[in-house]
Design a protein around this ligand. Sequence first.
Ligand code: ATP
Ligand code: MG
Length: 821
Amino acid sequence: YGIDPDALVEGLNPNQRAAVVHSGGPLLIVAGAGSGKTRVLTHRIAHLLATGRARPGEILAITFTNKAAAEMRERVSDLVGPSARRMWVSTFHSACVRILRREHETLGLRSSFSIYDAADSQRLMTLVCRQLDLDPKRYPPRMFSRKVSDLKNELIDPDDFANQAGGTNNFDSHLAEAYRLYQDRLRQAHALDFDDLIMSTVHLLQAFPAVAEHYRRRFRHVLVDEYQDTNHAQYALVRELAGVDERERGTSGGGQADSADDEGLAPAELTVVGDADQSIYAFRGATIRNILEFEDDYPQARTILLEQNYRSTQTILSAANAVISRNAGRKAKNLWTDAGEGPLIVGYVADSEHQEARFIAEEIDRLGDERGTRPGDVAIFYRTNAQSRAMEEVLVRAGLPYKVVGGTRFYERKEIKDAVAYLRAVANPDDAVNVRRILNVPKRGLGDRAESVLATHAEKHRVSFGQALADASAEGEERDTTPEVIGLATRARAQVKAFHELLTELRDMEASGAAPAEILDTALDKSGYLAELRTSEDPQDATRVENLAELHAVADEFRETEPEGGLGDFLERVSLVADTDQLPDDADDAGQVTLMTVHTAKGLEFPVVFVTGMEDGTFPHQRSLTEENELSEERRLAYVALTRARERLYISRAAVRTAFGMPHELPASRFLDDIPSELVEWRRAESSMETLRRPRSGYGGGFGSGPPDRGGNLVGGRSGPVRTGKLGVGTTAAGSTGPTGPAASTASTSSATTSGAAAKAATKHPEGLGLDVGDKVTHDSYGLGTVVALEGSGSSAVAKIDFGSGHLKRLLLRYSPVTKL
Ligand code: ATP
Ligand code: MG
């Protein structure tokens, strides 16, 4: 590589250096937050390559999110050059998918197998429980889904569990029955759920020694970040891949035949790094045991501790240490920093979540004005996804660019799931859950009755649900050889036929190599899905169209990076990204505030961090308050949250927070009590009554009252044109005082509707025809804007439009028509 290996250890402290150059047996690096664990992994990989101890293809590095993987690959490439891109750096799930796609035949799966996310698998479980006639009150499908997931994380398959459950008619025996049927149904659908990805790979490697050997020969170095969050299945996977337990397992068993030259195969070099204080996935079966007992599991292991924190100021570190030190049974650490004291932590007590959000927006603005802090330097954390809404509403109105990172936002939206269901149904005709999901979406007169007729037919003739559609559509001679679908009304039969023909047409497109984006467009057009949204009066549907356009953009981008990539490859990407990460970052995201749950923030760092909702019942979470183990986990979560901050840390709480539509008064988080008071400068909101200067319509409707005039810079300070908030929460005019009076919320809704109606009446430019750079346009959701660039033509015409305050959008005009003024 022409890289001096010594350069790679320059600037590292002695322990970090030792970890980078270590060679031989298994290596465990345990250390607190920000001590350079991830950096050491990256440098270690680069060092392996630079010294020629490994080729890129021999390295398997496992990180927790796709984003972390991409970052690691980038960093290593920066250090040693682009050939490093050939390394496998991925999450557990993506590594397993890659293995399973290669070995699908061994497992009897088709290569285009579907991957079910949590919502899909719960749908399937609901169908299963219904088929077993289980009372949903006593045996809630949601609970069964969770239990099955737990079992899979423990590598307990349906047979094992049935033996273990014993008895009849008790909870476990019903669960065992449901587990088995659920698993059968997955197999029939050529689908795997998320937990299966890991469990099946482990079973594959255990049952087929030749396969295991192939990967062991290949991966001579296995490195795992965030090891404290591995569950049993992942732990077993690492052992199988690294092949460290050869001796324990002995050489007996099926492996004999291929083991002629197996003798010489030394285990891979295994490096794991982690921090027991940051274990936050116990609810997914992660066990700190994996890190605490590493030395027992791998007797030759060497352990290296890192003690200097390079990330945060002493103030931030002291606060975090104070919180975590209350946990029982942990090894104390001496984490220190020479970054200096830094500014005090700012604590803020708000009256409501809306006020909390406004404080944060104002503060971000102020930091920008006074210190040049860019929105991209700032992160806002919350305990649960539902908390993001109030924050988003305020950021939209403040004109602050932001992005929400996390599972629920994009890929779990109904319209995205519907669109992806179409694609999955195309790629895998046996995928019952997805075919059934779209059977009557948009409504085509195939309701529950028709669905159950088809399901019964499939059951009776032991064919897939997709085949039942084909059977019902059979005509002419074919008709004589096809079992008849009994009980389908003539109209319904015609609809089934039309639906089946649509799927067939889409499959033909796929077979002839059409791009995923093209298949998506055709599906949304010919099914009438897009048309229905576009003619809808519901303002939310405009947002849905936007989201579908975004999905189209993702598909286009996918094709750019992988010109040969087919629909199956695209869906694989979607499934994996949807797990923990968000959409790929857009090009100009340097300036966006990041909103995320604390769970997704793991491993990341930001100059400025707001930790919100510090209330007992919010953070720590309500259900942890009576459970000591869960409370310890919440405390670790708080430790993770606080240690993300590099320079400035804000901790805030709301005296009253609305959850499930009800205002709740919540006491301060107990974690706040643990932070020494000299580290925090507390600020308290003036009472909302004085601050707002106008009556509030009570909690629930309260948000319509708008920001205080005093904070007018929130609204009018940025010189933006009239703009409708994307969430439909209000129309904001430059220099205006915002909506006034109790009627504010009504006013904002109606203005959104009016602008929508007006836009519909005018001429739209769906193909971008006649549009020029410099044209003024309006858009139903974003309001007034100016065209700054045009790309592409026809159905892929894209306009880059400035909607004010640097709010740039790339709109696919086909999905998001604008009106030229
Ligand atoms: P976490 O537990 O949160 O995952 P970590 O232990 O993985 O943290 P890193 O993210 O690797 O820590 O490092 C934290 C920060 O400190 C990063 O910005 C990293 O670049 C920096 N850092 C680590 N070691 C050094 C060093 N020797 N010199 C300068 N900066 C360093
Ligand atoms: Mg890290």
